[in-house]
Design a protein around this ligand. Structure first.
Ligand SMILES: [Zn+2]
Length: 260
């Protein structure tokens, strides 16, 4: 996938040591840069530098925009190496060619970091990694998101696989179970191992309800089923019950597109 400056997926970014000198800091870098940074940090530790030395790492697009607007940065949003997850602002280096600056440079430069960009914008603290961004130790870091799973069978049966995919799409825990349901709603459901009765509702159903803009109580009752049916463009009768169910088929078709 093509990465975009300031829109690097979380799966490509790793938290680095030495972060959060200030609160407005995202101490993350791309995996290759982060692994290299850790070797620098280990050297700094030996020299008894402060534990917190990172003023900033990754800077998403919105923060680049904010910094440009409030004069904290001259860099055009979308152009900063912070937006690629490849730049670190190191705290306490002093000016160019100060003793601390030179100590840091002697450690970082052999590890494929430089201050060239920093120099051009008058920032001794701004260091950029020029090695392989997503490779650690010569092999590709296991960072890109997993490939999309196989398609659900569009059979209208509300089983654990369908629920699990729904959970993945909604970003809730993907255990394949809708838990905590009212037994009083049983008549609206298919008999399914994916449905557990009890109390408290289901976080998947809550996420679905929030998305649909209805009361988020976590219970798959007739009103929630009707709202789901409206979204899916099928008859809104409030029942998931028939097996195979046209509603569940429509849900499976929708989930197979990776959305709900
Ligand atoms: Zn910087």
């Amino acid at each position: 996938m093509a990465l975009e400056n300031g829109k690097i997926p979380d799966s490509y970014l790793v938290k680095i040591s030495g972060g959060n000198v200030s609160a407005d800091c995202d101490p993350r870098l791309r995996k290759g840069a982060a692994a290299s940074w850790e070797t620098i940090y280990a050297e700094l530790k030996k020299l008894r530098w402060p534990a917190r030395v990172v003023n900033d790492g990754y800077r998403d697009f919105a923060r680049q925009q904010r910094y440009k607007n409030n004069g904290m940065s001259n860099v055009t949003p979308g152009k900063s190496n912070h937006g690629w997850g490849l730049a670190v602002d190191v705290d306490g280096l002093g000016g160019f060619n100060s003793a601390k600056f030179n100590t840091f440079a002697a450690i970082a430069k052999p590890k494929s970091w430089n201050n060239d960009e920093g120099k051009s914008i008058g920032e001794p603290w701004h260091w950029v990694y020029t090695g392989e961004p997503d490779k650690v130790g010569g092999s590709v870091a296991p960072s890109p998101p997993p490939p999309p799973p196989g398609k659900l069978t569009e059979d209208g049966v509300f089983g654990t696989e369908t629920v699990k995919r729904w959970q993945q799409v909604m970003g809730t825990v993907a255990d394949g179970i809708i838990s905590g349901q009212f037994t009083g709603n049983k008549q609206y459901h298919q008999a399914s191992a994916a449905l557990q009765y009890g109390s408290g509702g289901s976080s998947l159903v809550r996420a679905v309800q929030q998305k649909l803009g209805i009361t988020a109580d976590g219970h798959l009752g007739p009103n929630t089923i009707k709202a789901i049916q409206k979204r899916l463009g099928v008859t809104a009768d409030g029942y998931f019950a028939a097996k195979p169910s046209e509603t569940v088929k429509a849900l499976q078709r929708k989930l197979n597109t990776g959305t709900f």
